[in-house]
Design a protein around this ligand. Structure first.
Ligand code: FAD
Length: 399
């Protein structure tokens, strides 16, 4: 039996960042991953670093989120210096695109709230200003909110950089070790069982996204799966301001990013509504690919013919209020959770650092109270029988 100060389960961005920050604080950490490092959502995403997604107009919610996302941007810059890995952080900005007069009015309202709370990194662009600044986009886009401090990263590299950094600080990394069970005796965490081995610790962090329900009986659907799709083009000369979100028709939200090599990435949550068990199906069908390619062509008609070289899917962990679960869990003394990030690039590293501070009983720059993992303990969570992003958006009424 191996003994550790802390065991972290899950080798995605949440688990690797938590391991790194605990290792920096001098803890002996084991990171246990069921497959390869970043084999879940963290190795399959679009890499957009967005600070405020969605259409929230509540000033407290907007301000609350910025407390974490600003810390996150600062931390990404520190990682650029501290990690021996180029994760291609490019602060190219992000666009919340508008496609109708009605949507423009809504975006204006959000912009006014942002001005009031002195969120001064955001600019509102009308039709003419937008097309002057961003000439590659289709004419049906009639304005945008632009945040210059957003951008994108290559998440696979970031996760591997954090894992390498943790190893150098003394962490042990176990890949292809599926944790079957968290061992809890008399209400206290004692470790985990994986591959017939027992790893002992009085502190366990579950960074296992929607899989958490499999190893923590009674956890249920507090983090549930959703399956977006991505496609990537052949390299294209740099275009301006490419990280963006747009709602097209009544059911698709697409985001896109251009990587350092010039590849354009388009992703989204469309596709046929699927049952919960199918949200973890990594096999794409033709309809998925055609839809992604059509979205790229619709948004960038002015680019001419661009070939799609790869399509893939992955599974995101969602929560019913759209916010992650980060902090102490009442499921056992010594148990911590970090998961349920629909768009984690703008949040995970900083919340992982805060979690490490919480575990180490250190003073925290910002508390994690809004992300309390116990906040749904008394809520009965039921989901539509089949869902895609549009159905979820409508059902949850907040995205
Ligand atoms: C197609 C797609 C596009 C996306 N685009 C963006 C984007 O542009 N910007 C953005 O911010 N976010 C994006 N996301 C979301 C982003 O990827 C997630 O927010 C983030 O990766 C979540 O990280 P995580 O560590 O919580 O989860 P994951 O990366 O899924 O990690 C969880 C890990 O736990 C492991 N695990 C589970 N059970 C066990 C077990 N029993 N034992 C051991 N290990 C276990 C899994 O194998 C997995 O590696 C996208 C996601 C997808 C799928």
């Amino acid at each position: 039996m191996k003994n550790y100060d802390v065991i972290v389960v899950g080798g995605g961005l949440a688990g690797s960042a938590t391991t790194y920050h605990l290792s920096l604080l001098g803890y002996k950490v084991a990171l246990v991953e069921q497959g390869n490092i970043a084999s879940g959502a963290s190795g399959r995403n679009g890499g957009q670093v967005l600070q405020c997604e969605g259409k929230d107009k509540n000033p407290d919610v907007l301000l609350g989120r910025l407390r974490y996302t600003k810390g996150n941007i600062k931390l990404l810059k520190e990682y650029e210096k501290d990690l021996d890995m180029d994760f291609q952080f490019r602060q190219v900005g992000s666009l919340d695109l508008v496609t109708s007069e009605e949507e423009l009015e809504e975006v204006k309202e959000i912009y006014e709230v942002q001005k009031k709370i002195k969120d001064d990194e955001v600019v509102l662009l009308d039709d003419a200003e937008f097309h002057k600044e961003f000439p590659h986009f289709a004419d049906f886009i009639c304005g945008a909110r632009f945040r210059w401090s957003d951008g994108n990263i290559f998440s696979l590299n970031l996760v591997n950089g954090l894992v390498d950094g943790s190893k150098k600080l003394g962490a042990d990394i176990f890949t292809w070790h599926k944790v079957d069970k968290v061992v809890i005796e008399s209400g206290k965490v004692k470790g985990v069982k994986a591959k017939g081995l027992r790893f002992a610790s009085e502190r366990v962090v579950l960074a296992t996204s929607f899989w958490t329900k499999e190893i923590l009986p009674g956890f249920g659907l507090k983090i549930f799966p959703h399956r977006p799709i991505c496609c990537i083009s052949e390299p294209y000369p740099e275009i301006r301001g490419p990280a963006f979100e747009v709602v097209m028709g009544d059911d698709i939200t697409w985001g896109a990013t251009q990587f350092q090599g010039g590849h354009l990435l388009v992703g989204g949550g469309a596709g046929r509504p699927r049952a919960l068990e199918e949200q973890h199906d990594y096999v794409l069908d033709w309809a998925d690919m055609v839809r992604s390619a059509a979205a790229l062509a619709k948004i960038f008609p002015k680019l001419g013919d661009v070939s799609i070289i790869r399509c893939w899917t992955g599974t995101v962990g969602f929560t019913i209020d759209g916010f992650p679960l980060v902090g102490k869990s009442s499921f056992g003394e010594g148990l911590y959770i970090i998961g349920g990030f629909p768009a984690g690039m703008g949040l995970i590293p900083y919340t992982a650092k805060l979690l490490a501070d919480l575990i180490a009983d250190r003073e925290m720059e910002v508390d994690l109270e809004p992300y309390d993992p116990d906040r749904f303990n008394d809520v009965r969570i039921e989901l539509p029988e089949r869902y895609n992003y549009a159905i979820l958006e409508d059902y949850l009424g907040r995205l």
